[in-house]
Design a protein around this ligand. Structure first.
Ligand code: AMP
Length: 638
């Protein structure tokens, strides 16, 4: 964290909507979690009893001796317990009558569809697990998965977990250097990839990237390639193996390895707050219990739901809510390779209509993109199957909330919008709006059961309601990360910046009723004439103007004010940038937030630099604006 971030605490919260929207009555009355207050109180007063009860909904090879142990800053859950997350994802469902239920519907950008049942998935995972074993992969070995969003990608992750290997998925869009550094950091002997991926109608040459990334890395013994191209991509023996051939030879039976609850399940690299990728480690037991809990309580998944998650296996949302939790809950999940607006911006609505999607998990960046194209496209489709439209990844601007509620959810006639806040480190949501809770657009919601969230100054002193500061978490829950791979000091720093708390790196505000707002990253806080303002306030004010679809705000040094604000905006379809519109938008910000937040300059842009996961890269925008040599931006891009 830089010094320009929180020095004394207190961020002004300028954006106030004051609006509260109750959940649709049928959604609330059918929700599995009915009484938030009681559930939350129980989870805090007796966390061990609370999580043990949830854990008992799943199967364990051996029960735990102790539920929780905390030696600050490290902690353990379900000590002595033995399990395997894939046993609960697959075998348990097959045994309980879901053998022929569709586990996944996979869609290609070109409209190709593949469906697999729980029974078929178990076979595929068992064969793939045996194939990995045949290559010498053992318990605890790291396997780098550099695969597009395919069934084979999902199956490979599950196959690693099946035999106790640790997968490290690298988003199949990252460059050579990003891939190489992760392979080296994980010391992975085996890499599973595909020859190509598909995005926006083009092929992405993944195998070529792997070839370059492992050049000179002698410890990489095998590269398994899922071949999709025609004519077939040539493979070079003995290091390169064909995925399908290797898997086809294997028996379709592979008992799940008996894992200790605290054994690592995966490493996933995230950019964290400093830009240097951080290998976040999650474990079999606690991660299984926590992600399952939220799938069944927050997303409220029932047996007849069809769940559509627009994330990718390269991100934590894909790990938790494409792969593991939907399977733990026995759900049917739809996922789609490629861009969400390709071949046309209504393709997501076609998917909703065709598969009668009932619960969606997407990101604010997608909502703003949909919004930019107007109401007409979604209105041409029957979206009445949607009952829950959920979002995470960035602040969900109130305007985007309102648009999704009105256009996609029939203003509550059939659906509801639920924001949720979390990070790679937390494995699952920490703050959110449950199906039984009233939503306050601009606010994420309340702490979910098990989560003690606080807003503090740098010394860790809690700030009163409506004062912004560092968002911290005070108590470990089962699905919180255990360490940073190969860097325990970095893990300890996360728990050491603020005394007795895990520092999330975000800034937040809590209102008097306990609803939280996350106003951005601590590194991005704007400091104008002594007023510290979160980027989300200025951006949401701009997005609330009918001409604006998306906005990014950065601070520039200013001799008088400390910093002045520059904003970059993308206009909605049908609007054009002009000096007059710039003035109109400045007036709009003055009216919405007050004079302190008026940008000195507003630039009209066609696009904003984003991470591959769709988050706006304010740091990069700022560096470009200030003429700072960004040098190698590959870490920023991550
Ligand atoms: P990741 O690196 O993908 O784990 O991103 C986590 C970060 O995304 C958080 O620390 C927040 O900065 C941001 N984020 C995630 N969900 C939300 C949300 N609902 N509202 C605001 N910011 C969010």
């Amino acid at each position: 964290m830089t010094d320009s971030s929180i020095s004394t605490g207190e961020i002004s919260q300028l954006l106030q909507t004051g609006r509260e929207v109750p959940p649709p009555a049928p959604l609330a009355s059918a929700a599995r979690l009915q009484d938030y207050d009681t559930e939350y109180r129980r989870s805090i007063e007796d966390p061990e009893g609370f999580w043990a009860k949830v854990a008992k909904e799943l199967e364990w090879f051996r029960p735990w001796d102790r539920v929780f142990e905390w030696t600050y800053p490290t902690f353990r859950w379900f000590i002595g317990g033995q399990c395997n997350i894939t046993y609960n994802c697959l075998d348990r469902n097959v045994q309980r009558g879901r053998k022929n239920k569709v586990a996944y519907t996979w869609l290609g950008e070109d409209g190709t569809e593949r469906q697999v049942t729980y029974g078929q998935l178990l076979d595929m995972v068992a064969r793939t697990a045996n194939a990995l074993r045949a290559l010498g992969v053992e318990r605890g070995d790291r396997v780098v998965v550099y695969m597009p969003l395919t069934l084979e990608g999902v199956v490979t992750m599950l196959a690693c977990a099946r035999i106790g290997a640790v997968h490290s998925v690298v988003y199949a869009g990252f460059s050579v250097q990003a891939l190489r550094s992760r392979i080296v950091d994980a010391q992975a002997r085996v890499i599973v990839t595909a020859d190509i991926g598909f995005r926006r109608g083009k092929t992405v040459e993944l195998k070529a990237i792997v070839d370059e990334a492992i050049d000179g890395l002698d410890f990489v013994a095998h590269v398994v390639v899922h071949r999709r191209a025609h004519p077939q991509t040539e493979l070079v023996a003995p290091r390169e193996e064909d995925f399908e051939e290797l898997v086809r030879r294997q028996p379709a039976h592979c008992p799940a390895a008996v894992m200790e609850a605290e054994d690592p399940l995966y490493v996933l690299y995230t950019s964290g707050t400093t830009g240097k990728p951080k290998g976040v480690v999650h474990v079999h037991g606690g991660y299984m219990v926590g992600t399952y809990y939220h799938m069944t309580r927050f997303w409220d998944i029932k047996d007849d739901d069809v769940f559509f998650c627009t994330s990718d296996i390269g991100w934590v949302v894909g790990h938790s809510y494409i792969v593991y939790a939907p399977l733990l809950a026995g759900a049917t999940t739809v996922f789609r390779e490629g861009a969400i607006d390709y071949p046309h911006p209504a393709v997501a609505w076609e998917v909703v209509e065709r598969y009668r999607i009932s619960v969606i998990f997407t990101a604010p960046t997608a909502v703003r993109m949909f919004m930019r194209h107007g109401d007409e496209l979604p209105e041409r489709h029957d979206l009445r199957s949607i009952r829950l439209f959920t979002c995470a990844g960035e602040p969900l601007n109130p305007e985007a909330w309102e648009w999704a509620y009105r256009v996609l959810c029939g203003s509550g006639e059939w659906g509801y919008v639920a924001d949720n806040w979390w990070q790679t480190e937390t494995g699952g949501p920490c703050l959110g709006t449950l199906p039984v809770q009233a939503a306050r657009p601009a606010k994420v919601g309340k702490p979910l059961p098990g989560v003690v969230a606080d807003v503090v100054d740098r010394q860790g002193r809690p700030l009163p309601p409506d004062k912004g500061g560092l968002l911290v978490l005070r108590k470990p829950f089962p699905h919180l990360f255990r360490t940073v791979f190969g860097d325990p000091e970095r893990y300890a720093r996360d728990w050491g910046q603020v005394p007795n708390a895990y520092t999330t790196g975000d800034v937040g505000v809590r209102d008097a009723d306990g609803y939280f707002t996350v106003v951005g990253r601590a590194d991005d806080v704007l400091n104008v004439a002594g007023h510290r303002i979160g980027t989300a306030d200025v951006e949401s004010a701009l997005v609330s103007h009918p001409a604006v679809a998306e906005a990014a705000a950065i601070g520039r040094p200013d001799p008088l004010k400390g910093e002045n604000i520059k904003a970059f905006v993308i206009l909605r379809v049908g609007h054009t940038g002009s000096p007059e519109l710039e003035q109109v938008l400045k007036d709009h910000v003055r009216h919405t937030l007050g004079p302190i937040a008026i940008p000195d300059e507003i630039a009209f842009a066609d696009k904003l630099p984003k991470t591959r996961s769709g988050k706006i890269m304010r740091r990069l925008l700022k560096a470009i604006e200030l003429g700072i040599d960004t040098g190698d931006t590959s870490t920023l891009e991550e």
